[in-house]
Structure formats: C-alpha cells, structure tokens
Design a binder for this molecule. Sequence first.
Ligand code: BDR
Ligand code: CA
Length: 323
Amino acid sequence: MLKRILLDTDPGIDDSLAILLALASHEISLEGISVVHGNCSAAQGTVNALSVLELAGASHIPVYKGCDLPLVQPSLLAPETHGDTGLGYAKLPAPLSPPKVQKGSDFLIEQLMSAPGEFTLVCIGPLTNVALAIRQEPRIVEAVREVFIMGGAIRHEGNTTPLAEFNTFVDPHAAHIVYHSGMPITLTPLDVTYDCVLLKEDVERLLKIDSPITTFIADATRFYMEFHDEYQSIEGCVINDPLTMALTFAPDLCSYQEVYVDVDLSGGVSMGNTFADFYRMTKKPANMKVALSVKARDFIELFLQRMEKLARESNVLSSPQGT
Ligand code: BDR
Ligand code: CA
C-alpha cells in the first residue's frame, strides 16, 4: 500500500533533492508540503518548493508557508551552504501557482487529525512548524503514523558548531518539544548522512540524460559541492535529506538502535547538541529509533536510478507526443 507522506522542509538544495526523490518513488505518495525557515527564509523556501514541484510536473501538490522564526533563538539562515536563493546556482522559473493560504502548522494539524494512523510525517528542516503543531493540537502525537526526522549528530561532530547539527541548532527548543512528545520517531543524524556523498561523477552520469531535472540537479549540487570542499574538505556533497526520505520506503538501508536522545538547551558551547543515553544511565525509556549505520553506496545508487527515471519520464511528458 502507498505510504501517505506529509513533508515539512526548508528547501534548500538537499531538501529539493528529497522532494524529487519522493516524486520519483512509487512506494510513497507526497500529499502536501509545509515550509519552515532554515536554509533560507520560509517565504523563499515556499517559492522554491513550488518551483521544484512544477519542474517535476507535480504542481497539484499543495504547499503551505510555515513559521519564519525559531521558537526562542534568533533567526539563522544558511546562504553559504545553499546560496542566496537556497538552490545554489540553479535558476528555476518563478512558480505559476501560489502557495495555499493556510499556515504550515495548521495544515499539518488538519491533515493528521483528518486521518488518524494514516500519515507518515517527514521533517527535514528545523522543527519549528512541528513543535507549534504539537503545542496547538497535542492529539497529533497519537494521530501520526510515524515521523522521520533529519537532524542531530549523535556520535558525529556537528556541522554548524563543533557539537551541533544545523536543523537542531537552528531551533533546539522545537527539537526538544518534538523529541519528548511521544511521537514514534526515526532519527537520521549526521552519523549516517555524512556517509552519503554524491560525487561529481554521479552528477555526470545523470547529465547523460538531457532534461531540465538533471540540469537543475547539476546546477544546485555544483554550489553545494563547492561549499563542502571549502568548509569541510569533502569531495562531492552530502545529501542528508534524501536519505531520510528514502528510509520511509527502504528502511533496510540503515541499521538502528532504540535509545533515549535529548537536546542540550543550556545555552553554552553545546547548545543544540543531541546526545544519546546508550548505557541507560538516566533510566529513561527510549524515545526514538536512531539510524547509526548506512549502506551508503546502495542509497546513492537508489537515488541516481530514481532521478534517471524521473528525468526520462518528465522528458516523455513534455515531448510533443507526450502531450
Ligand atoms: C541539514 O541542514 C541543512 O543544511 C540540510 O538541508 C539538512 O536538512 C543537515 O544538517
Ligand atoms: Ca533541510
């Protein structure tokens, strides 16, 4: 049976790739997107989400703008990582369709409460929208079928401070609310995403198909690769968010441990750090399943095959015979 997906995202280069992966995957049905601040402003991210959907011929999927600021912390965007527009060097036409008028968190509540036990929620940005939705309608905790979160760095170093990962650092209070909400969470931290590196030769393989989708991927990831080279001495780029999306239908890509995870809110050097109680010192029950190892090349191969399929299919649809 098709898994029904709601996506909360801050698009963002790897977020956009996660949207494309969702659209290319027959196992899941992407039914709506709420946008949050993070890699760029919520307004810019909303435009990006709409443009990426239109690029892939999926403008029927509704997009809702969510919260533009973290719950407590000042705003922190990431133009050095994702570019001023959030999509690196890619230039997409302005979207034809507008976002829906409802707020992102209200949309999540409405959908989750309308079909208890049905929706899988995938969260690949700061958790502000989701935390607000939980505070506004706590019954969504029971109503959601499962939650996949890209965030945290358990045994891995941070990518925003030495100890904290971006999504968690940007809104640690929201992460705290969601982690302790009782939702059935699977966490995809940097421990696994940093093994998933898209290489230049992978993008060259995609470019063998001449398509606006492969051009978009190449232009967006060229910027992302320059960032990884300059700031982290990594060749290629880490595609965090698509891995989280892939786990909704290919869970065997990772192995997991059920563990109690908390977020540091003390305001010092470890603000936003995520730490796991592997030795059960706190005696607290596990609050999530954490992915701790990944078959990285299998995932990259899955990603490439799905992008090839999407590019070929959209070429057929936009050819004169396909219309
Ligand atoms: C996360 O932060 C953002 O830069 C990415 O989109 C991803 O969701 C990785 O730390
Ligand atoms: Ca993201």
